[in-house]
Design a protein around this ligand. Structure first.
Ligand SMILES: CC(C)(COP(=O)(O)OP(=O)(O)OC[C@H]1O[C@@H](n2cnc3c(N)ncnc32)[C@H](O)[C@@H]1OP(=O)(O)O)[C@@H](O)C(=O)NCCC(=O)NCCS
Length: 104
């Protein structure tokens, strides 16, 4: 996906993050999960926001990239919020669209 721009903008990264988050909450007792990126990549910020991650931290002018300086952005979701929007996570069922089966 990262290397094939014909696959961008179809919701694949959002689906992948949703599945990964669901899987981690189902198999670990983590209180929360973070999604860290930087302001120069608005697509990655959108990928975090769409499944329900909320911006919780912004470190201003923290990262240089391609001749510009960007903020470091951290979005997070606590377990309770994830469960409230997705119900009980399972290792074999996705939260949201799709019907992808994961092998632990
Ligand atoms: C960033 C990346 C992983 C996103 O994957 P994707 O499958 O295209 O993402 P999705 O289709 O699930 O969602 C993309 C979201 O970003 C938005 N978006 C895409 N390009 C954007 C841009 N230039 N500016 C603002 N938003 C943008 C889309 O509109 C969409 O959000 P929306 O549905 O709310 O409008 C992919 O574009 C990619 O691999 N990019 C190049 C490499 C990279 O940046 N990798 C990540 C850092 S290592």
């Amino acid at each position: 996906m990262v290397f094939d721009d014909t696959c961008w903008g179809r919701g694949y990264a959002t689906d992948a993050l949703r599945l990964w988050t669901n899987y981690l909450f189902a198999t670990r007792d983590a209180l929360r999960l973070d999604h860290a990126t930087y302001s120069g990549n608005p697509a990655m910020v959108a990928v975090g926001r769409r499944p329900g991650f909320v911006e919780e931290g912004r470190f201003r002018r923290a990262r240089g990239w391609s001749g510009a300086v960007h903020d470091s952005v951290v979005l997070g979701v606590p377990r309770e919020e994830w469960l409230a929007q997705c119900g009980r996570p399972t290792k074999h069922a996705s939260c949201g669209d799709g019907d992808v089966h994961l092998t632990p």
